[in-house]
Design a protein around this ligand. Sequence first.
Ligand SMILES: NC(=O)c1ccc[n+]([C@@H]2O[C@H](COP(=O)([O-])OP(=O)(O)OC[C@H]3O[C@@H](n4cnc5c(N)ncnc54)[C@H](OP(=O)(O)O)[C@@H]3O)[C@@H](O)[C@H]2O)c1
Length: 276
Amino acid sequence: MSKSVLVTGAAGGIGRATVRALAERGHLVYAGVRGADAELAALPGVRLLTLDVTDPESVAAAAEQVGPELHAVVNNAGVIVQGPLELVPPGELLRQFAVNTFGPVFVIQALLPKLRAGHGRIVNVSAPTAYLSMPMLGPLSASKAALESLSTALRTELAAWGIPVVMIVPGAAETAIFTKAEAAARTSLAAAGSRTSLYDAHLAALGKMSAGQKLAPVQPVADAVVAAVTARDPKRRYSIGGMARSAPLLARLPSGLRDRLIAGLMGLNGIKAGGV
Ligand SMILES: NC(=O)c1ccc[n+]([C@@H]2O[C@H](COP(=O)([O-])OP(=O)(O)OC[C@H]3O[C@@H](n4cnc5c(N)ncnc54)[C@H](OP(=O)(O)O)[C@@H]3O)[C@@H](O)[C@H]2O)c1
């Protein structure tokens, strides 16, 4: 019998590549999506599941549709909420944590009985910002740091059943997540009115950094998820790309040096803002 795996956020860049890679290796893949997806539905070995990770009722309904034994759950759904923290609307902060942090917990809680039955494992998709909090990406950084923290607690709690909890840490990869984040940030900043101009220099620096960002293909990330799902004894963390590997090391620098380095990376050094 093929081993079954549930992937959340399956319609996105990393999710879609992961579903495809797992199905090609003969897994039965439950692909969690929020809308119709003819391309995923047509793949052999793939079953679409309607799944909004922020809604416990949607999660419970999806869990019902999964067979009695699950080999792995891949918590991949995620969003980026960006911008100066002063101006991020409460609803956007809540959305950031609902999707990236609490959603994975809802999914894990609902599926643990089936993971136990299937001697399964949990694979959570993190980010370098979990280790290195970035200015203008405060909500994202905090949501992924919290996901790491919850995952660390869970790993020890579930050791009694031999259920591994694995983190995937992708560097910047070419998906639509950045354009969606920019669109959401534009709406938030428009609602913030004249205070937005206080951050003109910061926003320009963020725009420049984003435009210059080198985005890697998604396939190595999907391959790392496959490795995490299939390894007999998976690693605790799979880091893909230079930034993913260096972020935990940079996080250990003395805080003053680290802050200056990060400000430099983001082009924020030397900004002297006026206004009140
Ligand atoms: N791309 C990168 O550079 C990068 C780097 C580090 C970490 N990551 C992480 O990788 C994961 C996948 O991101 P991606 O780059 O592939 O982004 P993506 O293409 O935007 O895909 C994200 C997926 O999450 C889904 N999603 C959003 N809100 C959801 C909700 N409430 N319930 C269920 N699904 C929801 C989206 O669904 P819809 O299609 O319905 O909106 C989409 O399918 C995320 O956790 C992200 O933080 C990405």
